[in-house]
Design a protein around this ligand. Structure first.
Ligand code: ATP
Ligand code: SF4
Ligand code: MG
Length: 315
């Protein structure tokens, strides 16, 4: 079967200035990443802040051009699709619904925008589809007449989900969809996303720095470190028997959650990974508790087997 999402050799560089007079440096945010997401499944992507999760999401949504490599959705090259066709196939839900919703528009008009942008859908059809999308996410027609500021954080995220669903896409890219919400509301939104996936047969790319959130929803998990996928496996396998030292450190961090902290405390000392200064050899070696001499000079290649993928000399 054609995968819902397929990326091959995907790479994205940025030029960044770290000081007013410093020469620009090259940051490789996504570095030669390849994977396929089967239709109807959920690929969870986890990793610390700055490892390239959102860059990967934006490349797959066509919001960023790759420096190299390719993205195909539903078997079609993203670069060969026009914007409207792409919008009918793949839609985003971002972290902060307040930033992604126009405060000057009513909820029903926000949800209608993707339909209006298609250009060939009648007013009556738009009204009907907006009502359908609001109902799907548990919002009333009355709430459709309000402005984003009049809603709670959870309700605003429901609006963003309704807007993502109104074109009936096959694929939804969720980038930290619950991270900006109160803990009590996070579970409601996660349950809603899981329910929508089941009822509508959607495929998700689901990004989170929180492994517990990903475990709840993902069929497969990819662990990112400084732009690379260092391990990928079925969710159950990854949580039961992590093979990469970084995955093990991330899993250990879930056992000591710091409420309100945006990034997990991975307990790997105070060397922070810097995408502008990627270490030679294995990029994880300065923090790796089990590194051997070879790790500081020779980069491990990804090894795949029936259980998935792992990129480590010791695996
Ligand atoms: N538009 C941009 N211009 C320059 N550098 C960028 C840009 N977007 C991302 N980067 C850099 O690329 C790297 C990866 O960023 P990205 O936002 O993809 O990480 P992330 O995993 O989503 O992090 P977070 O968990 O904080 O959201 C970072 O070093 C970031 O500074
Ligand atoms: S290759 Fe070496 S440094 Fe990298 S994760 Fe494996 S053991 Fe650690
Ligand atoms: Mg991000």
């Amino acid at each position: 079967m054609t995968p819902a999402i397929e990326v091959r050799g995907l790479r994205r560089e940025f030029r960044v200035r770290q000081g007013l007079f410093a020469p620009p440096k090259r940051v490789v945010a996504v570095d030669d990443v390849s994977f396929a997401v089967p239709a109807g499944s959920v690929l969870g992507v986890v990793g610390e802040s700055g490892c390239g999760k959102s860059t990967l999401a934006r490349l797959i949504l066509g919001l960023l051009e790759p420096t190299a490599g390719e993205v195909a959705v539903d078997g079609q090259r993203l670069s060969a699709m026009d914007r409207r066709a792409r919008a009918r196939l793949i839609q985003p839900v971002f972290q902060d619904p307040f930033a992604s919703l126009n405060p000057k528009r009513r909820v029903r008009d926000i949800v209608a925008m993707p339909l209006i942008a298609q250009g060939d859908i009648s007013g009556a059809e738009i009204t009907r589809r907006v009502a359908e999308a609001l109902e799907r996410v548990g919002l009333s027609v009355d709430q459709g007449t309000r402005y984003p500021a009049q809603l709670s954080g959870g309700q605003r995220q429901r609006v963003a989900i309704a807007r993502a669903l109104v074109l009936r896409p096959r694929i939804v890219v969720c980038d930290e969809p619950t991270s900006a919400l109160d803990v009590s509301v996070q579970a409601q939104i996660l349950n809603l996303l899981a329910e929508l996936r089941r009822d509508l047969g959607l495929t998700y790319l689901f990004i989170s720095h929180n492994l517990a959130v990903v475990e709840h929803i993902a069929s497969e998990v990819a662990v990112m470190y400084l732009g690379r996928i260092v391990e990928r496996a079925e969710s159950e396998t990854l949580f039961a028997a992590p093979r990469h030292p970084y995955t093990r450190a991330l899993l250990a961090s879930v056992l000591t959650p710091e409420p309100g902290l945006g990034v997990p405390d991975v307990g790997l000392g105070d060397i922070m990974p810097d995408p502008a200064n990627i270490p030679p050899g294995c990029r994880f070696h300065p923090r790796c508790p089990v590194a051997i001499a070879r790790c500081s000079t020779e980069a491990p290649r990804p090894a795949t087997d029936a259980a998935g993928l792992v990129e480590c000399h010791l695996a």
